[in-house]
Design a protein around this ligand. Structure first.
Ligand SMILES: Nc1ncnc2c1ncn2[C@@H]1O[C@H](COP(=O)(O)OP(=O)(O)OP(=O)(O)O)[C@@H](O)[C@H]1O
Ligand SMILES: [Mg+2]
Length: 251
């Protein structure tokens, strides 16, 4: 198993944002994480990526206990993420933003360590250009990230996450702000990444995208995992329908 979260719990004051959640992801697997607003989806990703520390429970990555490990250590071990509210260096160019994501994989000899963001060599630059091509941003390589359209910024976030060569990619609502054509390309990209042995945890309100990419879907409601199964099972689940009642339709 690539990722195993067991009994993971996070409280904010009186709110139990994530409540004793178990979640397992194997290699080459895309798992969807859905649930109404405030269900605890982003908090769970923050726990897996080390942005938050769990109050209880354990997280294992490829068999190693990584509970409480800081984000940079988890990045080095192969976890990368995007953020629900895009977090880019808006004053840096598109290509520079991806180079920042590449930093963890750059060679760090004594001279290179003097520069805070590292000095990219030819191979790093080639790889970054290939990633921009992959997400459809080649023509915008020199543009400032802050000048990109919202959909382009979301794609840039994915390229930056991929630059660290993750084994597990955590995507927090990557299709938000995308038009249907962009969402279609995102779906193709997610499928291609799975074929390349990258496991994915996908938070999405676009249920069609989740159903079209994920073989298994976990459903959170008020911090608890209330259902888990294949797309058909989740679509016909009474518990899931009740959780969504009044917020949105999963059908
Ligand atoms: N830093 C924080 N401090 C206090 N409460 C928080 C914090 N982060 C999240 N919460 C609370 O924890 C609960 C879960 O929030 P979370 O953002 O994980 O939900 P979500 O499922 O990602 O929702 P959405 O679909 O709206 O993004 C909510 O009640 C939220 O208000
Ligand atoms: Mg969220």
């Amino acid at each position: 198993m690539l990722l195993e979260a067991a009994g993971v719990t996070k409280r904010f004051g009186g709110v139990v944002a994530v409540n004793a959640v178990d979640l397992a992801i194997s290699q080459r697997q895309a798992v969807g994480l859905i649930g109404p607003n405030g269900a605890g989806k982003t908090t769970l990703i923050n726990l897996i990526s080390g942005q938050l520390r769990a109050d209880a429970g354990a997280i294992r990555l490829a068999g190693a206990d990584v509970t409480g490990a800081p984000p940079h250590a988890l990045t080095a071990r192969g976890i990368a993420r995007t953020f629900q509210g895009v977090r880019l260096f808006k004053g840096l160019s598109t290509i520079e933003n991806v180079l920042v994501g590449r930093h963890v994989r750059m060679r760090a000899d004594a001279l290179r360590r003097l520069w805070p963001l590292g000095i990219p060599d030819r191979a790093d630059r080639d790889r970054v250009r290939a990633l921009l091509e992959r997400v459809g941003l080649t023509g915008r390589a020199e543009a400032l990230a802050g000048e990109l359209s919202y959909g382009d910024q979301r794609r840039l976030e994915i390229a930056r996450a991929l630059a660290s060569e993750p084994r597990l990619l955590l995507l927090d609502e990557p299709a938000a702000g995308m038009n249907p054509a962009e969402t279609g390309r995102l779906r193709d990209l997610i499928r291609a990444l799975i074929d390349e042995d990258i496991a994915i945890l996908l938070i999405e309100h676009d249920v069609r995208l989740v159903m079209g990419t994920c073989e298994r879907i976990a459903v959170l409601n008020f911090g608890r995992k209330i259902a888990e199964g294949g797309p058909a099972e989740i679509q016909s689940s009474v518990a899931v329908r009740e959780a969504y009642l009044g917020s949105e339709d999963v059908a």
